[in-house]
Design a protein around this ligand. Structure first.
Ligand code: PEP
Ligand code: MN
Length: 338
């Protein structure tokens, strides 16, 4: 159920509603909106009638049931959409299209520093780089782990970019949070519920990637795991799903963008690198994603893709990335964004 407060309701009235919700055995999530606050009451569906009676309280405008299985992720909770603040400059979900760029893996100080300066110069907003890598083969490069986190944070600091990196194991949450501005949940961990719950209790924005076999509803239920623990700063990421097509690594599900926008208030970005698997398809799919309504992009960029430890084939060289960023402008304007 969501309890929509009146536009000019007082803090005291909000508290009273929260108290009543908790007394009825529900968990109350306060969501501050631009015009009004709403409270999500989550718990056993059987007490619905009692929650409905909160409508009589002063300060309450209406009580509406949420019919979808995801509650806090649903659009009704925040119709104007969520803007996730990464720092005082970078925000995902506002008018500005946000671009995350960098190598698949952090490999060396030189590689990540060169990448950071190059993507910053081309206009990227956030630096990416994996230190804990989820590889299909146990014999492939697994990432530099803590050393990689330190190199990434230093490179981001030098270039003046916040950083995002993947978290795979719940035991590493504190460590990864120490060195990153956003923590990424990779496609393979989208239903690692222990990890999602732990991330719901940390104070870092989360970039949640869709799994390769995850339906849109399952994807939003995974987001719900994080939100229901109290962390409302979740950014969704479409990175391609597995279909019968094998020419591309995955199939970019562009239609999930308007569907997610309709159903959820959470911002959504698109990763055309993992979606296609080849650098030459990254630019056209980036343009398409922005026109379809995405709030941003995540693109793999490597100074020497031919020497990359992972995902070299889909990584853009810095010059190609700079050209993409320039050509992207016309699509950003067409989408009415900045
Ligand atoms: C990545 O971002 O490098 C990555 C491993 O992505 P995904 O989880 O989408 O495969
Ligand atoms: Mn990768």
């Amino acid at each position: 159920m969501i309890i929509v407060m009146k536009a000019r309701s007082q803090e005291k009235e909000l508290r009273e509603v929260v108290d009543r919700i908790e007394k009825l055995g529900y968990k109350a999530h306060i969501i501050h909106g631009v015009e009004r606050n709403v409270i999500g009451a989550v718990g056993d569906e059987r007490g619905k009638a009692q929650l409905q009676s909160l409508e009589v309280l002063s300060g309450v405008e209406k009580v509406v049931p949420i019919l979808k299985p995801y509650k806090l992720a649903s659009r009704e909770i925040r119709p104007e959409g969520t803007v996730v603040s990464i720092n005082d400059k970078v925000k995902i979900g506002g008018d500005k299209i946000v671009v995350i760029a960098g190598p698949c893996s952090v490999e060396s100080e030189e590689q990540i520093t060169e990448s950071a300066y190059a993507v910053k110069k081309a206009g990227a907003d956030i630096l990416r780089g994996g230190a804990f890598k989820p590889r299909t083969s146990p014999y492939s490069f697994q990432g530099l782990e803590k050393e990689g986190l330190i190199l990434l944070a230093n490179a981001g600091g030098k270039a003046g970019l916040p950083v995002v990196t993947e978290i795979m194991n719940p035991k590493d949450v504190d460590l990864v949070a120490q060195y990153s501005d956003i923590m990424q949940v990779g496609a393979r961990n989208v239903q690692n519920f222990a990890l999602l719950k732990k991330l719901g209790r940390c104070n870092r924005p989360i970039l949640l990637k869709r799994g390769m076999m995850t339906t849109i509803e399952e994807f939003l239920m995974s987001a719900e795991y994080i939100l229901s623990e109290g962390n409302l700063d979740v950014v969704l990421c479409e990175r391609g799903i597995r279909t019968f097509e094998t020419v591309t690594r995955n199939t970019l599900d562009l239609s999930c963008i308007p569907v997610l926008k309709e159903r959820s208030h959470l911002p959504i970005i698109v990763d055309p690198s993992h979606a296609t698997g080849y650098w030459s398809y990254v630019a056209p799919m980036s343009y398409a994603a922005i026109v379809a309504g995405a709030d941003g992009l995540m693109i793999e960029v490597h100074p020497k893709p031919e020497e990359a430890e992972s995902d070299g084939i889909q990584s853009l060289k810095p010059a190609k990335f700079a050209a993409l960023m320039k050509d992207l402008r016309v699509y950003i304007e067409a989408a009415g964004r900045v």
